[in-house]
Ligand binder design. Sequence first.
Ligand code: NFS
Length: 676
Amino acid sequence: MAEVKEEKKVKKAKKLADPVAASYDVASQEMILRAHDLGVETIFDRAENMKPCNIGVQGTCCKNCGMGPCRLPLPKAGIEGEDERKGLCGATANTIAARNFIRMIAGGAAAHSDHGRGVAEVFLAAARKETDDYHIKDIDKLLAVAADLGVDTTVEEDGEILDRDIDEIAVETAEVALNEWGKPEGELLYVKKAPAARYELWKKLGVIPRNIDREIVEIMHRTHIGVDQNYKNLMKQGSRAAIADGWGGSMLATDLQDILFGTPYPVAAEANLGVMKEDMVNLIIHGHEPILSEMIVSVSETQEMIDYAKSKGANGIQLSGICCTANELLQRHGIPLCGNFLQQELAIITGACDAMVVDIQCIMQNIANVAKCFHTKVITTHPIARMEQDNVIHVEFSEHHAREDAEKIVRMAIDNFENRKAEVMIPKHKSLVVAGFGVESTAYELGGTFRKTFFTLNSNIINGRVRGVAGVVGCNNARCRHNEGHIQVVKELIKNDVLVLTTGCNAIACATEGLLTPESAKVYCGDGLAEVCETVGIPPVLHLGSCVDNSRILLAATEVVKAGGLGNDISEWPVAGSAPEWMSEKAISIGHYFVVSGVYTVFGVTFPTSGAPEFQKYLFEDFEKIYGGMWGFEADPVKHAQLMIAHIDKKRKELGIDKARERVLMDMADRQALEA
Ligand code: NFS
């Protein structure tokens, strides 16, 4: 009997991930191996032992009521004739996949937008001077946002036009901004920031958001059992909610963060696990909202805290970031990137992470289990994001005592320095990065102080040196090799003269590979793009920030339209989008607002509608006729990039600028032939 039990145990022994197969990144491979040596389980191992549900992957499992889940797998042979699959209520595969898809949009839009709301509330508190800890940092941005929200920036007194009091403008701007989440009538104000042709199209299609929250709520209503049962009508609401995210919640989050913490300008730093330092207190900030992390940066840079760290035997405090908070701190302060989504457990496995402080989103619950094997303190800070493990400390952060909270957290990290127990092993690998390319700074880089414009980019697209532009963004996904898709897609694009705009975990992946430096242009780019990057002095992959900053990509695409010569709408010029390793609902919302803004957008790994071919065809093909942008899917990174390049070439042809590029690509022999 005992033997049988033993045998079962052997059979059940969990598989360990192969470090090289699990990650493209050498620093991560070293830490996965280290985890195995120490007997610490990570997501890479769990991915080996638990396979995803096949029906869920196809998007055709409906669990929106208590009669299900109703599972409608795609027959192995595919669908021949009429698709007769139905749930108990009669819901078809199309209805189920569309419901699930727009619920993902609702989840993603809610996450971005609720983050934005939090920032708007802090902005209002700062404008009303109800907090001493936050102030308005960027007056120019405040004035620009005020104008976009219809807030007067001047007053007329005795027939004279005078500048309005800045505090008054700030309060009114904050109030109008906050109102965008739940105003009872009218339409979202920021949609008018889109090219006029796009706005008119949305109006015609009836997808202009009324307010941010309402569109998310309506998705939950329409996808409840027995409500909307037409996949096209369901997608109409999905599109409206996605616009409310990209051109609403996310864009407001970005703008208000810029007002409070500064608009990013190019800044140099380093990236990867190797930024941690053995002789310093390593405080890692992980999550999304810069409200907390900005305060931690400010506190940890004070002499008082540095002296305190020294009194505990450390040489100082090394801050670094994980996930999108990392991008926020990098673009505004040059704080190094420790890693992206799949590296959060690995940072603790170095044995040198004295505290990991988290706020909201993309935080794996398992970091608390990994932390138990080390001395690391995991500190949650947000009332809506707590963990059940008993080793997690909760310090509830509030804008009304932000500095005090941040001091408490930084002191905790410092006090914990002397408790390190495991041998410290920090990978050596790190790379240089240049980040901070917002719309404002990119216009400045391209056009100079006096002529801030995107026209330099347009003229290089028209003359063919730059073939087109791609926004490559999004998560990591443990169902594919960490960072490989990101890096290969981007390398293939820049090799083919496509300028890349990056955010999120893609930006961090590119950073670790050294693609975010001007020097990388010579190494990885086609001749045309390399020449432009070298002349302007920019990297071929421009870091635009965190995931809410994908709104910056929308605005950059709009600036290109405004600069002229490339059509009247985002859908007309050679641009494409991609999330090679997506996994979150936020990525689906982002992808969808790219699509309905007119951008062909390709996702990797899997696509959550594959079990409903008719509905998927609607997204992949019919959408192009409606919105000028559509979805695509390709798991192979090189083919993935090639799909984007083919779309870019199609747009060049439609604009009649394909010939220019053929001339640029003449090699020496062609030139000699011409001269002869
Ligand atoms: Ni965005 Fe994905 Fe998370 Fe940032 Fe990374 S996982 S959708 S990239 S950190 S939000």
